[in-house]
Design a protein around this ligand. Sequence first.
Ligand SMILES: [Zn+2]
Length: 605
Amino acid sequence: MSVATKDFAATGVRWDLSSLFSSPDDPRIEKSWIASHVEADKFASNYRGKLEEEELSASELAVALKEYEVFSNEGVKPVIYASLLFAADTSNPQLGAFLQSQSEKMSELRVKLMFFEIELQGAEEDYVAKLLADDALANYRHFIKTTRTMSPHTLSEIEEVLLEETANTGCRAWQRLHEELTSNHVYKYSDPVTGVVTELSQEEIVDKFRDPVRKVRQAAADGFSAGLGELERTIVFIYNTLLADKKLEDRIREFEHPESSRHLSNELDKSTVDLVMQLCKERNDVVSRYYEVKRELLGLEELTHVDRYAPLFESNEKKTWAEAQRIVLDSFESFSSEMASAASEFFAKNWIDAEPRPGKSGGAFCSSNTPDTHPVLLQTYLGGLNDVMTLAHEMGHGVHAYLSREQTPFNFNGTLPMAELASIFAEMVTFEKIVAGADLKDKLALYADKIEGIFATVHRQASMFRFEQRCHEKRRSDGELTAEDFGDIWQEEIQSMFGDSVKLGDQHRSWWEYVGHFIHTPFYVYAYSFGELLTLSIYQIAKSEGPSFVDKYVQVLKLGGSRTPQELMSILGVDLSSKAFWEGGFAALEALVTEFERLNREYKG
Ligand SMILES: [Zn+2]
């Protein structure tokens, strides 16, 4: 007997944001901005020129940094609050406007304070070395060092302010145009059975790539490509302009490679990133192995770009919210009681918004918020096993942020490559628990989801990284690229991850055009591959090392962003420049594929 979806939905599970503010009209919001601006003016008159003139002692600088930290802590609260309200109800235009106004206020505050980091970056090496040696600055060493890695690339304050302000009508305007074009574009979807044409948003048409019926997926691909075709000229122009803009800025700031500035903010060496990207390319064989089995299970002659995300089966099993809570807490408990007890607070104190509601933003996320408040999670929980996995993933982020609250604001958030350290780990722990109790068909579906998810983060993002690299390099050496050029590079790089197992048709040539990361945050994508592989490899170490690993791991989570990725990993005995370590991540992935192959044999009986 089938049970209606609504019985499993997390109806009524809403978050409590009162640790931030009580409503958009909360008078504390305006008061906080006024106070921040008064304090910022005071801060500027106290400290402007002081680092330049080398007038601050280590303890005076520590005091200044402590004050400076308060701005970032208090300034982000209204912005975070507004963005959380908006995510919970995107259809409310008042909340959109509220978010916009809070972001603008934050920006005004930032411009007032910009001088401080510029002076910190510009200060003489000897002076800073003396300051850093003093224990008064112990808590701020990492912040000072990472801020100063930008020193060789920082311009004068006048130039920096000029670049900041003109960016609003320069690169940011082009980014916004791309966003507006793609998010408002209407795609025509022609129903393969009735022939009725409906107009769909990008999200809706892309979602049809996961439909079990092949004709539906093909019709979605037709509509998607046709829609992108209408935007192509403009997007090609936008991307060319942004490639040129980056070329210009990299020249002014003296960055050697297009991806150098991203490595700097990720606190990673080029050689480490290159090693991981190279290994991703070398290990495309696991992708082919998986898709060969998938083709067989789908009963198709050949897989194309319309079959990549086709579901194997609908997984039957559903879990209520209470059951999901139990599964996640038990999984966490089996690894670390401290993590489980942190996770239980999210449920007990209403730090999760899981209820399905119209207008609520799609997807799921964890917002870390600030060390003096608490993280919150958002998802739409309908009861499928994939929803349980999403809860586990976001709870991993949540517990990481929860434990990092020991840190002060500058040391609170980790860098991007470390961001998935707890989420993917939590997912693996929970995955193993769920599959252990699932029937064969559900097991196959769960493995397929897990493996495809890993391919999407590891191999696909690595292919995208190479796409970006080649586009930036070609723009620098040969001038503007044509739609044809972009299509060639895209097709080559994405095809390479599949080998012969999936054939990407010509229709796929334009599908780079909707990837926001290329436009908004160049070279963001590799952090996904990096983070996933890192965690898979660490997970294997955790399993072989047993309980002695747990304390070290929890300690790393508590350190938040107070150390570089390399420093954090060395606590776990991991060397990020070691090839063997990264191969461990692929071994874990390969083990999943091998098990999937075995389950398939069992299924065929
Ligand atoms: Zn995540």
